[in-house]
Design a protein around this ligand. Structure first.
Ligand code: BT5
Length: 331
């Protein structure tokens, strides 16, 4: 059933701007014209614009601006990342759904993506605003065979891949703020939320949740984040094709993941250092317990932020929130 739908769609796409008759589709796919008509109706319900003219047949006039699994698969250059996709119109949080799927043994690379989230999460219980159809709100299930102490490196991996794509393909000189933000000229474009389930010394799975503001206009942001958030559309002055961007991000993330798995994390660390906007700055670090001021001086091999405190002692933070000097605090 599902396959016939895809075959009809593929045929309509192949014919691009021409009409293809029901008879022709029926002959090529070996099914009845009634079956074809039913699938055309389903495709229309999903948002595909399909014109039909008696005697001429069907013509595809528009593809929905939605992250539908079939559209993602079409032109996706990965071997496992995003090969299995669950798409939702509206969901509380893609990270929560991903956790459920991971518990049900979903394979590595499975992606959960939503047009909008009603309870998108940031870290420390903060909200992530995810208006309908305006961004990429998705979560990936990864199952690397590493110690849970290494998990933070995967946030770095994602940040490096995203920054690389935005720099090289969209010409935006974005920077990475430790541990999980991608900023453009001081404004947040993308946030990453890593959640992990592990045994004492082995990761069971990681959920890498990514929220990237693509086509939001200023009025789409709630007043409390408007000042310090931005989107690709606002910075580039034009809308961006979410589908193409998602395919580029998945390909780059898989590429980095395989390099890290087969060789080492060293090149990712190096790129992270090149893109980062935290090191060398005076920072305020907020952890669950306390706040510290100091100078960010380095990154340790597991991705911890090394900070020199005012008394010259050195302390490494593995989680926490960083406010750069001169930037409004999240608290
Ligand atoms: C993050 O947290 O930056 C991680 C965001 C991860 C979101 C993705 S979307 C898909 C997946 N499913 C989820 O439920 N989550 C992940 P944090 O560093 O704590 O930043 C949160 C703060 O960013 C909030 O307190 C706001 O100040 C700000 N913020 C919220 N929504 C924003 C948006 N759309 N753009 C920019 N800033 C935002």
């Amino acid at each position: 059933m599902g396959n016939l739908r895809n075959e009809i769609l593929a045929l309509l796409k192949k014919y691009a701007n021409q009409y293809v008759s029901g008879e022709e589709i029926s002959r090529r796919l070996g099914v009845s014209r009634t079956a074809i008509w039913k699938h055309i109706q389903t495709l229309r319900e999903e948002g595909y614009h399909i014109d039909s003219v008696p005697k001429l047949g069907y013509r595809l006039e528009g593809v929905p601006d939605k992250m539908l699994p079939y559209e993602i698969a079409n032109g996706l250059n990965t071997s496992f990342l995003g090969q299995e996709v669950f798409h939702y119109e509206e969901i509380e949080s893609t990270n929560n759904i991903a956790k459920g799927k991971a518990e049900e043994n979903a394979p590595e690379g499975t992606m959960i993506i939503a047009e909008s989230q009603t309870a998108g999460k940031g870290r420390l219980g903060r909200p992530w605003f995810s208006p309908k159809g305006k961004g990429l709100w998705f979560s990936l299930i990864l199952r690397p065979r590493v110690n849970p102490r290494e998990a933070g490196k995967f946030t770095m991996l994602a940040a490096v891949a995203i920054a690389k794509v935005l720099r090289e393909k969209y010409g935006l000189s974005v920077g990475i703020k430790w541990p999980n933000d991608i900023l453009y000229q001081g404004k947040k474009l993308c946030g990453i939320l890593l959640e992990i389930k592990a045994e004492a010394d082995m990761v069971d799975y990681l959920i890498l949740g990514i929220g990237l503001n693509v086509n939001l206009e200023e009025s789409d942001f709630p007043p409390e984040v408007r000042e310090r958030a931005t989107s690709l559309r606002l910075e580039l002055g034009r809308p961006v094709m979410r589908l193409e961007l998602l395919q580029e991000l998945l390909a780059e993330m898989e590429n980095q993941y395989l390099l890290a798995r087969e060789k080492s994390f060293a090149p990712i660390m190096q790129s992270w250092m090149n893109y980062n906007i935290t090191l060398g700055r005076e920072v305020l670090i907020t952890t669950w317990q306390e706040q510290y001021r100091g100078k960010a001086i380095g990154i340790d091999p597991s991705g911890g932020l090394v900070v020199e405190l005012p008394d010259k002692s050195i302390r490494t933070f593995y989680s926490g929130d960083v406010t750069l000097q001169g930037e409004p605090s999240n608290f």
